[in-house]
Design a protein around this ligand. Structure first.
Ligand code: AMP
Ligand code: MG
Length: 424
């Protein structure tokens, strides 16, 4: 049996970072930058005001106090987006809005609050009628002035290849005037469910059948981690049906199947795959999700398409996805950090782990009095998908620990942060 790390290592070896594509800015959220971004602009482009107030020469307000204000002459008004028309000299000032360029001659901005503007307005004066203004404080020279290039300077390397585009990076790109960006493309992941017992959601209930939940849970996980799922429905437990679905699956960057990888009579995924590709069958030392298939198929144009055969039990399929598929999907997208966020928590239930596999127990993680606590979501059977639905983390029981006692500390991989609105 392979350890989880060995299985992950072998899988990751078969995947490479994909090519890049140029995308409209907003569509690139979450993708990895495939170019170094150097600014062709100063940002802000001009020295400008950080406050609504009055642009002055510092000398004109030096020593001003509430009791001994300086009364200065308002010679103009400047809104953001306008260019200054007058020079500020002597005791002249310009009324200025946040973001407007500082007029020549001025070096300091005094906010409205430090003037008698409010009193003037309360007497019914409109801002444009104000021709004299009392400045009541001696703010330090240069106050509330943002120099040109304060954020970004022309020629500066602003974002580096390999960075993940979050809202802040998207904003930075827009601030540079960019409307497209070069990013690593998202992988297309084909998803095929297998089983004679399956029917599709939306079909009427039929005796002895169950709804295909794996395709949906797995495709949703593909989406969540940045892939593009290509859901190819259900293959029945016979060679012809499997082969048919496979044709469409082999145009993808990765093929996922569910079920048919254990030792039952109708577990034919392995037969089909073994006959068409190079396939390995693995037992991975983990619980759930011990049986797993992995291999490579010849695709169109000589391309090789890696295949991961997930177990059929829905919890197993999703846990195997988190541990073994997710890292590959992230690697294809150029991500470097493939680990799940992990916290150390106090166990609130025992975890029983009889046969030296790594246990991934579905748990509800809460944060109380500065500590994390992990409580199991009831029955841990691999068919109990609601145990996964209630969980926001996977509590990890090491292979060599047969029982983890309530009260001991455990590593927990967070599935969601911090909770799903689960009652604590
Ligand atoms: P198998 O690996 O084919 O033996 O399947 C293991 C278990 O998972 C069986 O109980 C199947 O009915 C169940 N199962 C297989 N595929 C799905 C699916 N797509 N959705 C929900 N349950 C499934
Ligand atoms: Mg089956």
């Amino acid at each position: 049996m392979l350890s989880v790390e060995e299985a992950r290592g072998r899988i990751l070896n078969m995947f490479q970072t994909l090519e890049s594509e140029r995308k409209p800015l907003l569509d690139a959220l979450g993708q990895v930058l495939a170019e170094d971004v150097v600014s062709t602009l100063d940002i802000p482009p001009l020295t400008n005001s950080a406050m609504d107030g009055y642009a002055v020469r510092y000398e004109a307000i030096a020593g001003a106090t509430y009791d001994a204000p300086r009364e200065l002459r308002v010679i103009g008004h400047l809104a953001a987006g306008q260019l200054p028309q007058q020079e500020v000299a002597g005791g002249n000032v310009v009324r200025i809005m946040t973001g407007a360029p500082i007029p020549p001659g001025a070096d300091t901005v005094v906010p409205f609050e430090e003037t008698d503007e409010y009193e003037k307005k309360s007497l019914g004066m409109a801002p444009l009628d104000i021709t004299e203004i009392k400045i009541r404080v001696d703010v330090p020279r240069g106050s509330n002035v943002r120099p040109a290039g304060q954020d970004i300077q022309k020629g500066q390397m602003v974002l580096k290849k390999g960075m993940v585009l979050r809202p802040s990076e998207i904003g930075v790109l827009a601030s540079l005037g960019r409307d497209t960006v070069e990013v690593i493309r998202r992988p297309v992941v084909a998803v095929i469910a297998t089983g004679d017992e399956l029917m599709e959601p939306g079909e009427p209930v039929s005796a002895g059948k169950i709804y295909n939940s794996n395709s949906y849970g797995v495709a949703a996980a593909v989406l969540r981690y940045g892939g593009i799922p290509k859901v190819l429905g259900i293959a029945r437990d016979n060679l012809e049906s499997m082969n048919n679905r496979l044709e469409d699956g082999l145009t993808a960057d990765m093929l996922l199947t569910s079920a048919g990888v254990s030792r039952g009579d109708y577990d034919i995924v392995k037969d089909v795959l073994a006959s068409r590709g190079q396939i390995d069958f693995w037992s991975v030392r983990m619980r759930p999700a011990k049986p797993l298939a992995f291999g490579v198929f010849p695709g169109p144009d000589g391309k090789k398409v890696p295949h991961i055969g997930l177990p059929g039990n829905p919890v197993s399929a999703l846990v195997a996805f988190e541990e073994l598929v997710r890292p590959a999907i992230l690697k294809m997208q150029g991500h470097i950090d493939l680990e799940k966020p992990t916290v150390r928590a106090v166990l609130e239930d025992d975890i029983i782990n009889g046969d030296e596999r790594r246990g991934f127990a579905r748990a509800i993680i809460t944060h109380r009095d500065g500590r994390y606590y992990a409580r199991l979501t009831g029955d841990q059977g691999s068919g109990i998908l609601t145990s996964m639905a209630q969980a926001n983390g996977l509590a990890i029981c090491p292979e060599d620990v047969p029982v983890m006692k309530a009260g001991s500390e455990v590593d927990v991989q967070m599935l969601d942060w911090p909770s799903l609105g689960v009652a604590s």
